[in-house]
Every structure is written in C-alpha cells, then in structure tokens.
Design a protein around this ligand. Structure first.
Ligand SMILES: Cc1cc2nc3c(=O)[nH]c(=O)nc-3n(C[C@H](O)[C@H](O)[C@H](O)COP(=O)(O)OP(=O)(O)OC[C@H]3O[C@@H](n4cnc5c(N)ncnc54)[C@H](O)[C@@H]3O)c2cc1C
Length: 521
C-alpha cells in the first residue's frame, strides 16, 4: 500500500467514482471495505492519518456492552454481540477473546450480575465466545492477585473481545485496497461540488503534503467524519443545525504489575454511575474511561486533570496498590461522536450509541454514532443507502464472511507482538533475513524493531514519526516517554526510506515533541 500509487490512481481516473468516503476512521474505512468488496469504484480521503481521530483512542473492546444491557438497550446489545462474533471470526489476528471479572463487594451483587451476564451470553447465540461463571472469593483473588480484598465477596467472569484499534483500521484500509479501492491519507476534503439541480456530484480535496487541490467527481459522497461531521454537513448546507455532541473519554496506561494475569476488571458502577475497565493490552494495562461533554471537536483532545484524578482514584478503590501519576506511562483521550439528544438535560452517558444514517436534500450521506464494534453493520447500512442515492447497480453486502486483510487464525496477539501484521508478519521476517541489521531493536520495551519502521514506510503509508509511533506500532499509547526517546532514531530511518533530508527530520521531531503535553503527565 503506497501513497504515491494511490495518488496516481486518483489522477488517472476519468469517470466519476461510485462512492467517495470522507474520513478514514473505523466508520469510513468500514464503508470503503464494504463498497469496494461489492465491486463499486471506491475512493476514501482522510485529512490526517488513518485512525488519527477517535478510532485509535478507544478502550480496545469488541463488545456487546454490558452497560447498554443495564440501560435496557437490547437491540444495540444484540447487534453489537453479533458484530463482536463476526469481528473475531473475520480478523482473528487482531481481535481476541478477553476474560473480564466483575468483583463483588456486596452480597447481592453476585446473583445480580450472574443473571445479567447469563442473558448477555444467551444474546450472543451461535457467535458466543464463552460462558459467564460465578467465582468464589479465592478464585477471584487467584485470577486477580492485585484486587482489593477488603470486603470482597467473590466475582463473576464473562467474555468479550479485545483488539488493536489502529492496526484494525490499517487492515481495513488494506482490505479496501485488495478490492481495488483507493485510500489516501493527508488528503483533506475542503468543499462539495453540485450540479445545476443542486445535487452533489463530487468534492474538492487538498493533498496536505503537496498543497495541490483536486476536483473529484462522484456518484455518491459519504460523510464519515465522526466528531467532524457537522463541518462537512455545513459544506452542503451552511445553516444546518449541529447534531454532534462530542463526549471525551480518557485512558491511562500503567505497567503490568497492576494486573499481572490475563484477566481484566470491569466495574459496572463507579461512584458517578459510569463503567470502568482495567484491561491488559500489549503487555501493559489500560485504565478507563471517562465521559465528559465537550463543546468542540478536536483531532488531538487533551485529558483534563479531574479526569486523570477520577481514573486513578477509582482504580485505587479496586486494586491493592493505588496507582499514582508517577505510574502512568501514557494518557490518551478520544471524542465519542454522539448524536445530540433531542431533549435537554441528558448527560452524555445516557445518549444512545445507535448509529444514524442521514441523507440531505442534495444527496450527502452522513453516518454518525455507533461504536468500533459495529463498524461493519454501520458500513452495510450506509452503502445500502448509497446504492439508492447514486442509482448504483444493486449488489449485496459480502462483509459478514469477508476475512480482513492479513487473516491468520494461528497468530495470537497476546503472546506475539507481530501478530497484528497478520500474514504480512512473515514478509516482515523475510525482510529481516534479507537485511539482518533491520532485525535490531530500536526499543525492547515497546517493543519496536527497525524492520517495522521500514515496513510501515514501504507498505503501510506511514508519512510521519507520529504515524509510526502512535498507530503503526502503539508506542505513544503504551509508553510515551520511551516513544519520545526513540523518536530521533525512528525519524532517521523514515527519512532514509522517504528520501528526505535533515530539515524533514527536525520538522518531524518538533511536531512529534509537541504531543508531549498530551500523552505525558
Ligand atoms: C474514549 C472512547 C472509548 C471507546 N471505546 C470503544 C470500545 O472499547 N469499543 C467500541 O466498540 N467502541 C469504542 N468507542 C467508540 C469508537 O471508538 C468510535 O465509535 C469510532 O472510533 C468512531 O469512528 P469514526 O470513523 O466515526 O470517527 P473517527 O475515528 O474520528 O474518524 C473520522 C475521521 O474523519 C477525518 N476527517 C474529518 N474531517 C475531514 C475532512 N474534511 N477531510 C478528510 N477527512 C476528514 C478525521 O481526521 C478522522 O480521522 C470509544 C470511543 C471513545 C471516545
């Protein structure tokens, strides 16, 4: 997957594209996979890097949502549980089965969650991934030796999926390309084109690397820009009512000593009524999340001090050792693109997570809401609408059984940090055989080898040091300090591959270092 080749294909095409997708997060990339695999001429444009927005900042769960069950949103849970099963089935190299334990500190908690989780198990039907089970106090401690034992009565174990979100996004980009789709990062959509009747028939976009602008013809245009959806809607109708309510969620990453075994903790009711997770991820532990209403969308949102304190304090209530700021290896924040509630007075945690597909009078298709877990179904619904709007030949969705690029059942992301490459892992190892110096580690703790940087530039459209350290590997999210330490070496290797000079390296490092205040506390 090379950016220059993608640009060439964009310039070469003389006919209108069947479907042009704006936004390269979970939603847009899922749509590109769906559209391309149905045989439509598909183009996706992303203003920054793939998954730069919310889609690299999730809690990494592929889940039905125990919380939504608590809220009684049965249809959402049913849909998400089905999609959870399909995601594990179609991308086993990126999604794995994760055991969660709900610790019980009140005698009535045990039976209450046991019943609820049995319903959860039953709702996943044929695509179930394990049965929930009551645990004694000793079993709970055996699985989570770091759990606070004061007043502990026992626990309930249940199963959901876990994944690497940014790597999944990249694999979706590769899947779209496999079906002849064109996906381009650093290409910002700046306006919409309309015919004499006022119907959208294309858009304008700027290549942010070269500054060159393009007029692109399209039979349908899909706005899949997450929290930025209102800005694109305004390109169509400047006075349109805003419909997105961004809600911020932050995560803290701490060392494995806080959760040494493979079990995750799920706290169904924090003191302010939220759900909190502590989940092992790439040999570290992710703690989160929060739900804070935000005024405006941002590409690089920043954790608030109160959010950090809240997570540390809540984690401390369930763990033997209270995590402190000094234990935090990285902090990352994301914005949920929630649909604004109709009435006033609803808090963000009560806003529905269902997705909505909307069509404007001029034919702009906008998709908002949803979750990473339901990206496939969201894409199917959106492309079904695009077929009608663009008068495209009717073709059925094929993604329910479509393997995601790199599909390999034998790889295990819990034990093998190269599993996220899927079948390309073996090509990466071949590269190391051909050029043995590339097998050297840049960082053993992240872990990161030189070959991964070369691979990301040659085959994964990594354009910046941030692309490399935040999304091609997850260093910035896992250990920010270590990522800033190795950035100069990463920049030097990338510069060689991209045939760039010293000025490029210093610009890259300057830009990357600006992220310090966001990921380090
Ligand atoms: C804290 C948090 C935790 C979450 N945890 C989970 C979880 O565990 N499991 C789960 O299933 N879901 C989870 N979610 C939800 C999930 O992450 C989101 O629903 C999903 O990532 C949204 O994807 P998106 O593609 O709609 O948005 P984004 O990922 O934000 O993508 C939109 C893209 O559009 C691009 N864009 C914007 N304007 C333009 C333009 N003019 N031209 C070109 N490109 C443009 C942006 O750069 C961006 O990359 C979580 C969300 C948050 C915030």
């Amino acid at each position: 997957m090379k950016r220059e080749k993608m640009l060439k294909r964009l310039k070469k095409r003389k006919e209108p594209w069947d479907i042009v997708v704006i936004g390269g997060g979970a939603t847009g990339l899922g749509i590109a996979v769906d559209a391309a695999s149905r045989g439509y001429a598909t183009l996706l444009l992303e203003q920054h890097d793939f998954a730069k927005g919310t889609s690299s900042r999730s809690t990494k769960l592929v889940h039905g949502g125990v919380r939504y069950l608590q809220q009684g949103d049965i249809s959402l849970v049913l849909e998400a549980l089905k999609e959870r099963g399909l995601m594990i089935q179609n991308a086993p190299h990126l999604v794995k089965n994760q055991a969660f334990i709900i610790p019980n500190y009140e005698w009535w908690d045990g039976p209450f969650y046991q019943v609820g989780l049995k319903v959860y198990d039953l709702m996943s039907g044929k695509l179930g991934i394990g049965s929930s089970k009551k645990l004694s106090k000793n079993e709970t401690i055996g699985h989570i030796p770091t759990i606070d034992q004061k007043g502990l009565k026992g626990g309930v174990v249940y199963y959901d999926g876990q994944f690497d979100d940014a790597r999944m996004a990249l694999s979706l980009a590769k899947t779209a390309r496999q079906f002849n789709g064109v996906v381009i990062n650093y290409m910002k959509v700046t306006g919409l084109l309309k015919n004499d009747e006022g119907i959208i028939n294309g858009l304008t976009a700027t290549n942010l690397e070269s500054g060159k602008s393009y007029d692109i013809e399209a039979k349908t245009v899909i706005n899949a820009t997450g929290v930025f959806a209102d800005a694109v809607k305004k390109m169509d109708e400047p006075d349109v009512k805003e419909m997105i309510q961004p809600s911020q969620g932050i995560h803290l990453v701490v060392g494995k000593e806080f959760l040494p075994d493979k079990y995750a903790i799920m706290v169904p009711h924090t003191k302010d009524g939220r759900v909190m997770f502590a989940v092992p991820w790439h040999d570290k532990v992710v703690l989160g999340t929060t739900d804070t209403m935000k005024e405006k969308p941002e590409l690089e949102p920043k954790a608030q001090e109160e959010e950090i304190d809240f997570i540390l304090e809540t984690a401390g209530q369930y763990l033997t050792k209270q995590p402190t700021r000094a234990d935090v290896l990285s902090v990352f924040s994301g914005l949920r693109p929630l649909a604004k509630p109709e009435g006033d007075g609803k808090s963000t945690k009560e806003i529905s997570r269902h997705h909505k597909v909307m069509i404007s009078q001029s034919g702009l298709i906008t998709i908002i809401g949803g979750k990473w877990t339901t990206y496939r179904k969201m894409a199917e619904d959106t492309v079904d609408n695009a077929i009608l709007i663009g008068a495209l030949p009717d073709r059925k969705c094929v993604t329910q059984t479509l393997p995601i690029y790199g599909y390999d059942k034998n790889l295990d992301i819990t034990t093998d940090h190269l599993a996220v490459y899927g079948t390309e892992k073996y090509q990466l190892l071949e590269l190391e055989e051909e050029e043995p110096e590339l097998a050297e580690f840049i960082s053993e703790s992240l872990p990161l080898r030189k070959s991964q940087v070369v691979w990301a530039v040659r085959h994964e459209m990594a354009r910046t040091v941030e692309d490399m350290l935040a999304r091609r590997v997850r260093g910035l999210f896992l250990d920010a300090q270590e990522s800033f330490r190795v950035a100069p070496e990463v920049a030097a290797i990338m510069a060689r591959e991209l045939e760039e000079g010293e000025a490029w390296v210093s610009n890259q490092l300057e830009a990357f270092n600006k992220l310090k205040s966001h990921y380090l506390i």
